[in-house]
Design a protein around this ligand. Structure first.
Ligand code: ACM
Ligand code: ZN
Length: 530
């Protein structure tokens, strides 16, 4: 190299490095690789978008975000959506040149995530749809990116407290922005049945409403109740609308219909579903309840009918059947349950629960769908094709992976967003626990105990949002943000950095959350004192 070339090359390197430092603070989750080149692309209403129909979802999102029309006769530059084999249907290459932005991906999923990244390279003011900015300069660069895990989920319990259709969409929208691909919708509980089932209308006229709600924490003494009727449900029309919205965000919804426990609202609606067949009410307090589904034939007919309607509404492959926290006292005293244990030659009530879940799995598999259950479904023998969601720590997930079952990690110590995120005075009442954002950021869904072959069964992770203590959507947002930013990076980024560096990107991201009207908490520090 001549002297002149060395100087030019060095300047080029310095420029790249300074750009990297200058702009790399923008993107969450951090992409796999990002290389800056010289120049900038000027996005404006003279930018044309070229695409084939299979990228329509991504293009519609982009046009909506930018408020531009893509079909122009005269244009100054263009965004091109292009097919390329990159070994991952959710991966993408985002190439920003001076006259072209090229988005390469195998499917719309990858293109959609490229658009979510491009979004973060644009001014945060655009998030509110009120921006007067008409031209956006984007530094030339090439980003190559793909997800670390194929299952990237967030859960929401709408039974303890219910949230509007608009909020459910806002939640899904936020998930998509952070490259989550799954929304686990917890629809049935002791305290309320939240999905319309046409064949069993009492699930909605009775099961969707409780006549009172516990006030304060459930350990508070004396116990007090708010005597106001509380409840509601999502009509099938609303569910379809939400499912369609999720599709426009490349988010798959997994509906959860709990069995055999957490079924008090269903039993309140149809007492024949329980062992004692007595009329009980929809639960007003939080916890684990004795009245669970009986294992009589009539329960299976009911659940099969319910699942038929649910499967008709949700296009995804998974149905979550719960399986957690089902006390066995009623089954121990029930002649019908005991007779079934004998006739099926089962050892005990744990094996009866396994019979229950396996039977439902067979029904669901026969319809071409798969089940997910909480890790209690391991007790008494795991249903043959089940995916396990490990919440009581990681041991259930480890065991399931060693048995060759797919696992989603959701351990309560690390990924329960109903836990406190700060020990500071004045935090709103939470269920308990302490899961600061740093704990989430440093969580690794792959347990050390697994060997190379077993590791591949860990398909991803998810945070759970149980809403006993979250009465409003603002409160849900407060518990979810910013911890969800950390989880997005755990799940997406092979190029995860360290918490200190992440914190500065998260802080920067707050401007975007402000514009999106998201009520995030500002807890980024691990405050140890109360
Ligand atoms: C659970 O938290 N009961 C799954
Ligand atoms: Zn029974």
């Amino acid at each position: 190299m001549t002297h002149k070339k060395i100087i030019v090359f060095s300047l080029f390197l310095i420029f790249n490095l300074s750009c990297f430092v200058g702009f790399s603070s923008e993107i969450i989750p951090n992409p796999d690789s990002r290389v800056f080149t010289i120049g900038e692309f000027i996005l404006s209403n003279k930018t044309k978008i070229n695409y084939s129909d299979d990228f329509k979802i991504s293009v519609d999102f982009l046009k909506d975000f930018l408020n531009i029309d893509s079909k122009l006769d005269k244009y100054s530059n263009q965004i091109n959506f292009l097919h390329k084999d990159i070994n991952n249907e959710e991966g993408y290459i985002l190439e920003i040149l001076e006259k072209d932005i090229n988005i390469y991906s195998e499917t719309n999923k990858g293109a959609f995530y490229a658009v979510q990244t491009l979004r973060q390279l644009l001014p945060y003011q655009l998030e509110s749809n009120k921006s007067n900015i008409k031209e956006f300069k984007v530094p030339c660069q090439i980003i190559k990116d793909s997800p670390k895990f194929k299952y990237r989920g967030m859960h929401l319990d709408v039974s303890r407290h219910m949230f509007s259709v608009d909020f459910i969409k806002k939640y899904i929208d936020a998930l998509a922005m952070l490259k989550f691909n799954t929304f686990h919708w917890h629809l049935t509980e002791d305290q309320g049945w939240r999905i319309e089932i046409k064949k069993y209308p009492k699930l909605n006229t009775i099961g969707s409403y409780r006549d009172s709600t516990l006030v304060g924490h459930y350990t508070d003494k004396p116990i007090t109740y708010n005597k106001k009727k509380y409840g509601g449900y999502y009509s099938q029309k609303e569910v379809k609308d939400i499912v369609a919205f999720a599709k426009s965000r490349e988010v798959l919804i997994i509906p959860e219909i709990e069995m055999p426990g957490h079924a008090q609202a269903a039993i309140a609606s149809y007492p024949f579903l329980s062992c004692e067949q007595k009329q009980i009410g929809v639960a007003s307090t939080w916890g684990v309840f004795e009245d669970i589904y009986c294992t009589r034939e009539s329960t299976f007919s009911f659940l099969e009918d319910v699942i038929d309607e649910v499967m008709g509404l949700f296009p995804g492959q998974y149905i979550h059947i719960g399986g957690d926290e089902a006390p066995k006292n009623r089954w121990k005293k029930c002649d019908d349950c005991q007779n079934l244990i004998k006739s099926e030659k089962l050892k005990d009530e744990h094996e009866l629960q396994s019979y229950f879940i396996t039977r439902m799995e067979k029904y669901i598999n026969a319809k071409g769908k798969k089940i997910i259950g909480w890790d209690e479904i391991l007790d008494g023998g795991l249903a043959p094709n089940a995916t396990v969601m490990s919440w009581r720590g990681e041991s259930g997930g480890i065991k399931a992976a060693q048995m060759g079952h797919e696992v989603i990690m959701s351990p309560n110590a690390n990924l329960y967003f109903d836990h406190y995120q700060s020990k500071k005075e004045g935090e709103p009442v939470a269920i308990g626990g302490f899961t600061p954002i740093e704990e989430v950021y440093n969580y690794n869904p792959i347990p050390k105990e697994l060997d190379e072959n077993e590791k591949k069964y860990i398909i991803g992770a998810q945070a759970n949002v149980w809403t006993e203590y979250m009465k409003t959507s603002d409160h849900v947002e407060y518990m979810v943000f910013p911890r969800i930013l950390a989880l997005s990076e755990v799940l997406w980024s092979s190029n995860k950095t360290n918490f200190t560096e992440f914190k500065s990107r998260a802080e920067n991201y707050f401007k975007r959350l402000d514009k999106l009207d998201i009520n995030y908490s500002k807890h980024l520090e691990k405050e140890e004192t109360k």
